[in-house]
Design a protein around this ligand. Structure first.
Ligand SMILES: [Zn+2]
Length: 245
């Protein structure tokens, strides 16, 4: 992916506002958007006027996304970008569709998978609506894909199924969730031969006590694991402990 900015300030805005949208989602932009050009321009320099001049616009014929930027230094930060996160995500969704789901039919397995996880009706018929007094033709399935992509990109569609589907489009693995365990990590205090223990300073009692056997300190795994939000199952027949999330 290539970023083209009509002013050095716009490039700075790109790293401040747009780049984090993709990096937060763990997307390798070069792999996800090969050959795509992201143009940062003044609203009046948008290639299509009217309804499109103040919102991001994807131009399939040229593989370009245009994002309108206001560069006045004295306007509030939030108004510098006419384009909002959701709209940038939506237009990027159209780019992802063109780049990675080129077979626009119900027979395409990628569309089927998308339909299955999103519950989208996959309506490929052309429709028309009025945008700024002009008829605007669109295909519902494409728009729903773009919306779903935007929701996922902006964290409104969390979940393994969504991640797996979107990363599989460009052959990437779902990035590992970082810091999940670290955030939930609690302070657990136990004492040898004492059934009392503490989680984050709160006094608790367990049905057994840590002991020293030989040179090893043995602690009950159930109370450690459950304190960390894990589930512990004991299978008597197999004499097996299963710890799961
Ligand atoms: Zn759209």
């Amino acid at each position: 992916m290539k970023v083209i900015a009509s002013s050095p300030l716009f490039l700075m805005h790109y790293y401040e506002y747009v780049h984090p949208i993709f990096t937060d989602a763990g997307i390798d932009m070069d792999a996800a958007f090969p050959g795509l050009e992201l143009h940062l321009v003044r609203p009046q320099d948008m290639p299509e006027g009217g309804a499109n001049s103040h919102r991001p616009h994807y131009n399939p014929g040229t593989n370009r996304i245009y994002i309108p930027v206001v560069d006045l230094i004295d306007v509030p930060k939030s108004t510098k970008w006419h384009a909002k996160r959701g709209l940038i995500g939506h237009e990027t969704g159209h780019a992802v569709h063109t780049l990675h789901m080129p077979a626009n039919s119900k027979a395409c397995p990628k569309w089927q998978k998308f339909g299955a996880i999103s519950g989208s009706p996959l309506d490929f018929s052309w429709r028309e609506k009025n945008v700024a007094g002009k008829p605007y033709p669109y295909v519902l399935a494409f728009e729903e894909f773009a919306d779903e992509f935007s929701y996922w990109l902006n964290g409104r569609r969390p979940g393994q199924k969504y991640s797996e589907f979107y990363f599989s489009l460009w052959g990437q693995e779902v990035p590992e969730e970082k810091g999940e365990i670290a955030e939930e990590m609690k302070k657990i205090e136990m004492w040898i031969d004492s059934k009392s223990y503490r989680i984050d300073g709160q006094e608790r009692v367990m049905d057994t006590a840590p002991v020293i056997i030989g040179n090893r300190t043995m602690v009950p795994v159930r109370f450690i694991a459950e304190a960390l939000g894990m589930r512990v199952d004991w299978d008597d027949g197999e004499r097996k402990v299963t710890i799961s999330r």
